[in-house]
Design a protein around this ligand. Structure first.
Ligand SMILES: [Mn+2]
Length: 341
């Protein structure tokens, strides 16, 4: 965090503040971990904090310290609106634009009188905050929360609660320290978090060893549906609504499936298409290796975006049309895909 931003934040936090911390819609490990970590930190400085998530988050995060204090806007609209309207400061974490919150909560945030601070690592941050700490090279927002504490000269406030939350966010957002966003600094931060009480084995177990039998069967279906296009260095997976229904699909069950497609030798671009009949869309997740930007691909074709190697998007056509269109677009990228392989 640069000096200007640090000074603005220091001024904002100079007196006790009512702080609301907001994560993005469909919160992931980094959103929940960074928000809770920051919340414990700001509490230790004497501020009153509340964490608000637009909607519910996966069960594999429900063991995190402080999780019981999270207010899910979808479930507690009035309370969450009231808290935002009576807050002095709103921290927005792990997203770059208020439309990533979506729905009514977005409107509440747009109309509130609180000052905003953004901490985020997604590309092209919007300009709504009085202090924007944005760094697209960071592994995770959770890593940034550690640097945020450091910039304020407050790393001695690092508690076990903060450490466990931030470690979980870093671990999940880096695919267990595998993605290219993982830097020596990421590991140094992780080491400090472990020293402060984050137990890596326990965090791993709590996050990853929680599969339901239905989810494992659904993974079997997904792998069976895997299509590999070797000449385009691409692999994709499809899941129909029926396949989801047959396996008692719960939100988050398909998390990480796309990485199996990316693990095929020679593949640099992996996609999963998931039919969502209720919303009449196909939800799409993109993953890539090297310099093939799925952020650009998702922005250009699927009204989405994200990071260079991980992005999301959607299609309002049916599943078959979506796949056919994808296959017709793909050859245009043959050279870029080849370069990344
Ligand atoms: Mn993140």
């Amino acid at each position: 965090m640069n000096e200007d931003t640090t000074q603005i934040v220091e001024k904002l936090l100079a007196s006790a503040q009512k702080v609301v911390i907001v994560g993005h819609k469909n919160p992931d490990g980094d959103a929940v971990g960074s928000c809770l970590g920051l919340s414990f930190f700001l509490k230790s400085l004497g501020h009153t904090t509340t964490v608000i998530m637009p909607n519910d988050f996966p069960d594999f995060l429900k063991w995190l310290p402080g999780v019981e204090e999270i207010i899910v806007h979808e479930r507690e609209r009035e309370k969450s609106t009231e808290l935002i309207n009576s807050s002095d400061l709103v921290f927005t974490l792990d997203f770059n634009s208020l439309d990533r919150v979506g729905g009514e909560l977005q409107t509440v945030l747009e109309n509130c009188s609180a000052k905003f601070v953004m901490i985020d690592h997604h590309q092209q941050p919007a300009d709504y905050a009085v202090a924007t700490y944005s760094d697209v090279k960071m592994s995770s927002t959770s890593e940034m929360v550690f640097h945020f504490m450091d910039a304020l000269g407050q790393t001695e406030k690092l508690s076990k609660e903060i450490a466990v939350n931030l470690y979980t966010g870093i671990m999940t957002d880096t695919g267990s320290f595998r993605f290219s966003s993982t830097t020596p600094t990421t590991h140094r931060v992780a080491a400090k978090l472990i020293e402060a009480g984050a137990e890596s084995a326990i965090v791993n177990q709590n996050v990853y060893d929680t599969n339901s039998p239905e989810r494992m069967k659904l993974l079997g279906v997904a792998l069976n549906n895997l299509v590999i296009l070797p000449e385009l260095y691409t692999a994709y997976i499809t899941l129909t609504q029926k396949e989801l229904d047959d396996h008692n699909f719960k939100k988050g069950d398909t998390e990480g499936f796309v990485n199996y497609a990316l693990s095929v030798k020679g593949v640099v671009f992996a996609v999963i298409f998931i039919e969502n009949k209720q919303e009449s869309i196909v939800k799409i997740s993109f993953r890539s290796k090297g310099n093939f930007s799925v952020n650009d691909f998702a922005r250009n074709h699927y009204s989405g975006g994200g990071h260079i190697n991980a992005a999301g998007g959607k299609s309002s056509q049916d599943l078959n049309k979506t796949i056919n269109e994808f296959i017709s677009i793909l050859p245009r990228y043959k050279n870029e895909l080849k370069d990344a392989s």
